[in-house]
Structure formats: structure tokens, C-alpha cells
Design a protein around this ligand. Sequence first.
Ligand code: SF4
Length: 166
Amino acid sequence: MTKASEPSEHEARLQALRDAKVVLVSACLLGEACRYDGRSQRSERVLAALEGKEVIPMCPETGAGLGIPRPPVDLSGGTGVDVWAGRARAVEREARMDRTEAFRLGARMALEAMQRFGATVALLKEKSPSCGSQRVYTDGVLRPGEGITAALLREHGLVVVSDEDL
Ligand code: SF4
């Protein structure tokens, strides 16, 4: 059980973000129109939280070569952790095309960028099959869990903060 004097996981994530000098950030939160529907998800709260920090903008999906706009993709059979364990996939919602390898590639690119620039904290967009870190759509239902990029970063000991944490 968590003692009253210990920070909550939420507060620990926020403190890690406050302490970080370099942060990898979902590019859509910075105003880049890289979402599947060709829009951005610019967040003033995110921009304010990053003031004075070095920022690594990253969109794992477009980084892996997926276009803008692109068909929406859902996780199928589990969350991002299950994808890395080989138990789940990333599948286009309508055409059912399997995009798992592109999503894995984008996640590896994010990990490599953090390692190259010495970043230990990522600030990612919630509910995305790549960037979600607390809730993701699995087989059409929003459930607790991580996207494919968030899961890989956490597996490597990196801190993932959600835009909804702010
Ligand atoms: S993959 Fe991540 S950065 Fe790219 S549009 Fe989706 S949520 Fe934003």
C-alpha cells in the first residue's frame, strides 16, 4: 500500500517532467498536423509545461512512413504490451490491414531518439494506439493500457507522462 508520505504515481510523473531538461513529445501536441485525420492536437497546457526545456518532436506513425491522412488504426487482441509480446496487433479499423510492423518501427524510432538525446521523459498524447499511456482503444473499446510506443519506452525504464496528466 502507498504510504501517505510517498508521492502518487501521478505526482511522480509530473515531478519527473518538471525535472527533465530534454523531453520527447508527441508532435501533434506541439501543433503538427500529423494525426490520422490530418489535424493537430495542439495543447497550450503542454506548451506551457515544456517552457525552458529542449523538445524532441516525434510522431511514431508518420516517422514510420504512414501518411497524412491515414486510415485509423486500433489495437486488436490486447494493448501495446501485448503487441510486443506477440499477442496483439495494430489493425486498420475499416480495411483490417495489419500495420503492426509500422507501429513497432515508429516506437523504436522514438526510443532511439530518446537514447540519442539523453531524454528520460516522454510527454505523449493519450488514447492513441502509439502514444496512449493510460487508456487505449482495444477492439473498439477504450480500456486501461498503453499504446505501442508508450509500452516500449516504459519497458526501457523511461518515464511516460500523458497530456491528460497536466
Ligand atoms: S502517433 Fe502520436 S504523435 Fe503521431 S499523431 Fe498519433 S498521437 Fe500524435
